[in-house]
Ligand binder design. Sequence first.
Ligand code: NDP
Length: 311
Amino acid sequence: MDRTKCLVIGSGPAGYTAAIYASRANLSPILIEGMQPGGQLTQTTVIENFPGFPNGITGPELMDNMRQQAVNVGADVRSGVVTDVDFEVAPYKVTLDDGNVIEADTVIIATGAAAKYLGLSDEVKYQGMGVSACATCDGFFYRKKVVAVVGGGDTACEEANYLASLASKVYLIVRKPFLRASKAMQDRTLNNPKIEVLFEHNAEGLFGEDGVEGVHLVKRLGQPDEEHYDLAIDGFFLAIGHKPNSDIFKKYLKTDETGYFVSTDGSGVKTVVPGVFVAGDVADSRYRQAINAAASGCRAAMEAEHYLTNK
Ligand code: NDP
């Protein structure tokens, strides 16, 4: 059984940054990459809002760089998926999918969140070719173009308004006859001349030769006046919520009603279990940006170091 002073779970910006800081603090961390090595950014194209890259950088390249940096400073980066944890008493026990168990004095959970998709096969077909679940990441590529956003919550409205500042036209595809977003956000959306809200609409599929050229829509699904038609668009954005990857830790740690970890203090990274810290999107339902995830990974590693020093 391996033993480490610091086990990092997850390989997005939060996990790699935690590993870099923990390594440099002589904690000799082990990092378990998880189901999607590199995390959500490996699914994006060019990233132009991560400081330090004046000409932008692709998501996969940025994550490769972070991984390499973690390895260069001594982190032990391993592939594998955590299937179970035991946080009853330190050292904590973390079980991997190959059956191995690692004992850790501190654990940093940076397992991220996954954007929800509708489940259409076309979402997979056109991923990175007109389909995106992050307007802040990809909106820039749709300047003066026509886009659609799916969802009726605060995220969808926020993303529709953001995209409206770039695109020539934004359709908001809402399955109900009303928006779920806050009143202020609804007003902003309904009063934005570039946004057209399509209430009681569902997306059934996408079409296009080398990328998205349009969406197949159904209006008033299941009603006697159900209507199917196609709408020409250049980009299709999902904003129907995210699911934090927190399930296997819920027995020990506090989460909100949607599953995001709730920190016990202003640090945003401490939990009710001493020596167990959270970082990145799994503890952040609001900002969900790589730079914030990296910053919280740094905080988690610094708190892990303080915890071990004080112990
Ligand atoms: P929400 O769960 O609030 O909204 C999800 C939206 O997507 C709903 O309109 C829902 O429709 C729709 N949806 C879900 N599944 C499907 C589907 N299969 N097909 C079509 N539509 C679907 O998620 P958000 O990400 O918007 O917000 C999460 C939380 O974060 C909320 O508490 C929100 O208030 C908060 N937030 C706050 C912000 C702010 O204050 N500025 C900004 C962003 C988020 P339906 O209504 O029919 O269920």
